[in-house]
Design a protein around this ligand. Structure first.
Ligand code: HEM
Length: 418
C-alpha cells in the first residue's frame, strides 16, 4: 500500500534480531551468521569478503545478526529483479535509521514507492541531472586543485582527511546551501548515524542533532529563500500543493544522510587501491580518454553500499520461499563481483564489455546523486593524476574499516617524491 508522506506512521512489521526471531517459513538450511558489515573477517578486507560470498554462501541466504535479520541477495540477476519490482519489494519502512515514533517522518524519496515517488524526484532532479551537475564542473576542478595545492609540496597527505572528505562534502554543502563552517560537525553526525556498530543510543543522539539542526535551517530558508536545494525543497509546491513540514524535513534529512559519506568512502577505496597498484595508475595516465570507463570499473569494484527492501507479500525467488514482511538486502558490492556477469570479477579491467554496474542501484530508487558522484570521481582522478607523481601507501600503514552501511577505509596515508 502506498504511504501518505504528509501523514507518516511507523511501519507495523517487527524488526527481527537474533536466532530466536527467525520466522518459521525460512528454510533452515539457508540460515547463516555471516557477520556482514561488522565481523572481524568483514572488517579485515570488506570487498574481498563480499567477493568471496560467491564461493562461500548460497546465492540467497537468511542472515541473522545484530544489524537485524534479513535475506541477503548476492546475484546480479536477483538484484535487478528485486530492485525493479517495488510492488513486491518495497522501500516503505526499509531504512534502518531510528526515528521518534511520536514525531515520525519518512525519508524522502528513499522510503516512498511509486506512484508518489516521482513527485519528489521531479523537484530536485534538474539540479542533479547530467546537465545540472555539469554546471558545477569548473568549481569542482578548482576545488580539487586548491586541495592538492595544500599538500603537493610535502610529498605526503592523509588522503581521506585532506582530499577525500573535503572535496565532496564542500560541493554538497554548496549545493544544499548549508554552511561550510559546520562541515566537520555534519560529518561527525553522519558518521555516528552510519558507523556506530548499530548502537541505537549513538544513532538516536546523532539523529536528534541532525533533526534539531535541519529543522532550524529549514525555518531559516523559509524566511530567507536562496538558490540552494534546502530552500528549493522548502518552497516546493508540486501540482500547486506546498509540501508539508514532515515532507520537507524527511526530504532534506535523507539528502543530508545520503550525500555526506558515500562519495567520500568511494574515493578512499579507489585511492587505497591505486596506491597499491602503480601499474593500473600508469595505464590510466596513458589512456586519459578512457576515463569514463575507468570510473565505471572502479565504481564496480569499489561500490560502497546496499539496497534494503521489505516483502509486501509471500514470494518465491530462486526457488526459495520468502515471507511477507521479511527484509531483504541486495549486497550491491557482491552483485558487482558476480562471476556470471563479470568474468574474473576481482580483476580491475578498464576494457570490460558494458554491463549494468550496481553501485548506485537500479530502478525507481536509483541514486539521485549518481551523476554528481561520477563527475566528482572523474575530476578528482583527472586532477590528481595530472599533478601527483607515482604515489604509494605510507609504509607501516594499518588500514582500518568502521562497521556500517557505507564501506570505506578510515584513513589512507599516501607518500610520493615531491
Ligand atoms: C559514490 C557515491 C554514492 C553512492 C555509491 C550512492 C549509492 C546509492 C544507492 C545504492 C542508492 C539506492 C539505495 C536503495 O536502493 O535503497 C542511493 C539512493 C540515493 N542517493 Fe546515493 N549514492 C552516492 C552519492 C549520493 C549523493 C552525493 C547524493 C546527494 C547529493 C545521493 C543521494 C541519494 C538519494 C536522494 C537517494 C534516494 C533515491 C530515491 O529513493 O529515489 N547519493 N544512493
Amino acid at each position: 500500500m502506498a504511504v501518505d508522506a504528509a501523514h507518516p506512521v511507523p511501519p507495523s512489521y517487527p524488526r527481527r534480531v537474533g536466532m530466536d526471531q527467525v520466522p518459521p517459513h525460512v528454510d533452515k538450511t539457508l540460515i547463516r551468521q555471516a557477520g556482514i558489515t561488522f565481523s572481524p573477517e568483514f572488517l579485515a578486507a570488506p570487498h574481498k569478503f563480499m567477493a568471496d560470498l560467491h564461493d562461500k554462501q548460497p546465492p540467497l541466504f537468511y542472515d541473522v545478526g545484530m544489524m537485524g535479520n534479513a535475506w541477503q541477495a548476492i546475484k546480479h540477476a536477483d538484484a535487478l529483479h528485486i530492485l525493479r519490482n517495488p510492488e513486491v519489494f518495497t522501500n516503505e519502512g526499509a531504512t534502518p535509521f531510528p526515528r521518534d515514533p511520536d514525531d515520525y517522518f519518512y525519508f524522502i524519496p528513499q522510503e516512498i514507492d511509486p506512484p508518489h515517488h516521482r513527485k519528489y524526484r521531479n523537484i530536485v532532479d534538474p539540479v542533479f541531472s547530467p546537465q545540472g551537475v555539469l554546471k558545477l564542473e569548473g568549481k569542482i576542478r578548482a576545488l580539487a586543485n586548491a586541495l592538492i595545492d595544500t599538500f603537493i609540496a610535502k610529498g605526503e597527505c592523509e588522503f581521506a582527511e585532506d582530499f577525500g572528505r573535503p572535496l565532496p562534502v564542500t560541493v554538497f554543502l554548496d549545493i544544499m546551501g548549508l554552511p561550510q563552517d559546520m562541515r566537520d560537525t555534519f560529518v561527525s553526525w553522519a558518521m555516528d548515524l552510519l558507523h556506530s556498530n548499530n548502537d541505537r543510543a549513538v544513532m538516536q543522539r546523532a539523529m536528534d542533532n541532525i533533526t534539531t539542526y535541519l529543522k532550524s535551517a529549514i525555518a531559516g530558508k523559509k524566511a530567507h529563500p536562496d538558490d540552494g536545494v534546502v530552500s528549493l525543497i522548502a518552497h516546493a509546491a508540486p501540482g500547486g500543493v506546498p509540501l508539508s513540514d514532515k515532507e520537507i524535513f524527511g526530504f532534506v534529512c535523507f539528502l543530508f544522510i545520503g550525500g555526506l559519506d558515500t562519495v567520500f568512502a568511494t574515493l578512499n577505496n579507489i585511492w587505497l587501491y591505486l596506491a597499491q597498484n602503480p601499474a593500473k595508475v600508469a595505464e590510466m595516465r596513458a589512456d586519459p580518454d578512457n576515463i569514463n570507463a575507468q570510473v565505471e570499473e572502479l565504481l564496480r569494484v569499489w561500490s560502497v553500499t546496499f539496497s534494503g527492501r521489505v516483502l509486501t507479500r509471500d514470494y518465491e525467488l530462486r526457488g526459495v520461499r520468502l515471507g511477507k514482511d521479511d527484509r531483504i538486502t541486495c549486497i550491491l558490492p557482491a552483485c558487482n563481483f558476480d562471476p556470471e556477469v563479470f568474468p574474473e570479477p576481482r580483476e580491475v579491467n578498464f576494457h570490460r564489455p558494458r554491463q549494468t554496474v550496481l553501485a548506485f542501484t537500479v530502478g525507481v530508487h536509483s541514486c539521485m546523486g549518481a551523476h554528481l558522484a561520477r563527475l566528482e570521481i572523474k575530476i578528482a582522478l583527472q586532477e590528481w593524476l595530472k599533478r601527483i607523481p607515482e604515489f604509494s601507501l605510507k609504509p607501516g600503514t594499518q588500514v582500518e574499516y568502521r562497521p556500517g552501511g557505507v564501506v570505506g577505509p578510515e584513513a589512507v596515508p599516501l607518500v610520493w617524491t615531491a
